[in-house]
Structures are given as C-alpha cells and as structure tokens.
Design a protein around this ligand. Structure first.
Ligand code: HEC
Length: 143
C-alpha cells in the first residue's frame, strides 16, 4: 500500500514559509509605540527618584504613593518647572523632607521629570479606542 504523502509535505512547507514571513514582518516592524531611550543624566535622575523613595509619596502616571501630588507633568505645568521643582527639593514641604541634593543631582531629577513629562499627559482625557481595539493616546512629543 502506498499513500502519497507529498501533498501534505507541500502544505506544511507552505505553512512554514508563511509562518516565517509573518515572524519576519512582526519582528522587523517598529512597534505601535516607539521606544525612546533615556539619556544618561535622566537615568541618573530616575535612580535618585527611586533611591530617595519619591515614589512612596508621589505618582507618575497616577501610580505611586498618595501623600504628595502626581509629578507626571510638573515640569511643564503652568507656573511650575525646573526652579519650582528644585525649590521643593531644597526646602521640603509639609510631610516632604528637605533633601540635601547636590546641584548636579537636582539637575538630574529635573531632567528625569522633563523626560517623563514629554512622554504624555496625566490624566489623559484624549484617549480614544480605535476600531482595531488599540487605545490611541495623545503623546506630548506628538506635533
Ligand atoms: C514623605 C512624602 C514625600 C516624599 C518622600 C517626597 N515628597 Fe515631594 N511632596 C510631598 C508633599 C506632601 C508635597 C506637597 C503637596 C502640597 O503642598 O500640595 C510634595 C511636593 C512636591 C513637589 C511639588 C509638586 C507640585 O506639583 O506642586 C515636587 C516637584 C516634589 N514634591 C518632588 C519630590 C521628589 C523629586 C522627591 C524625591 C526626591 C519627593 N518629592 C519626595 C511629599 C513627599
């Protein structure tokens, strides 16, 4: 008895070829959201933010502790910005301790908060759901 298995092999080869092509496209296409790398000074700021537990009282994108306000857009908020941020670091306020940061460290924290600010708006009321099921957000760096 001889069954001709060639058609099956042919189908399998075609399926593998489609699978390969599909993976090639998926892994060589830029993602839905472009990834931006933080410059070294902002990474230092992020480390300071973590090591000094700013998270325990503050939120970024609404996540974190709730003793102090959300800092996502403190960099660009009207009447706020770099020197405003530094003033709080210098003096402390209410339950926020006074930090004895070096000027260089304060600059790093400001740079980090600047980068965070560039990524988006919180709370973001301009989010919309697309037909594909993705949520389209308005990004800060979108011109
Ligand atoms: C123990 C809690 C606590 C910690 C830790 C803390 N903060 Fe604060 N922070 C506060 C509180 C409370 C306020 C003042 C809220 C107010 O007066 O409205 C504040 C205010 C601020 C503000 C002004 C925000 C605004 O929009 O007016 C900035 C900027 C800030 N903190 C940055 C930091 C950074 C950076 C760190 C870490 C190095 C940090 N804070 C650590 C509690 C804290």
């Amino acid at each position: 008895m001889s069954t001709n298995s060639r058609p099956y092999i042919f189908v399998i080869v075609i399926l593998l070829a489609i699978f390969g092509a599909y993976n090639y496209v998926v892994y060589n296409t830029d993602g839905y959201v472009t990834v931006e790398k933080l410059p070294p000074v902002a990474i230092k700021g992020q480390q300071l933010f973590q090591n000094n537990r700013c998270w325990s009282c503050h939120q970024l994108y609404g996540l974190g502790g709730y003793l102090g306000p959300d800092l996502t857009n403190v960099y660009s908020a009207e009447g706020k910005g770099p020197s405003y941020i530094k003033a709080f670091l210098n003096s402390g306020v209410k339950s926020m301790p006074q930090f004895n940061f070096l000027e260089e460290e304060k600059n790093a924290l400001v740079e980090y908060l600047k980068k965070v600010d560039e990524t988006g708006i919180y709370p973001n009321y301009e989010a919309e759901i697309e037909a594909t099921g993705w949520v389209k957000l308005k990004y800060r760096n979108e011109k």
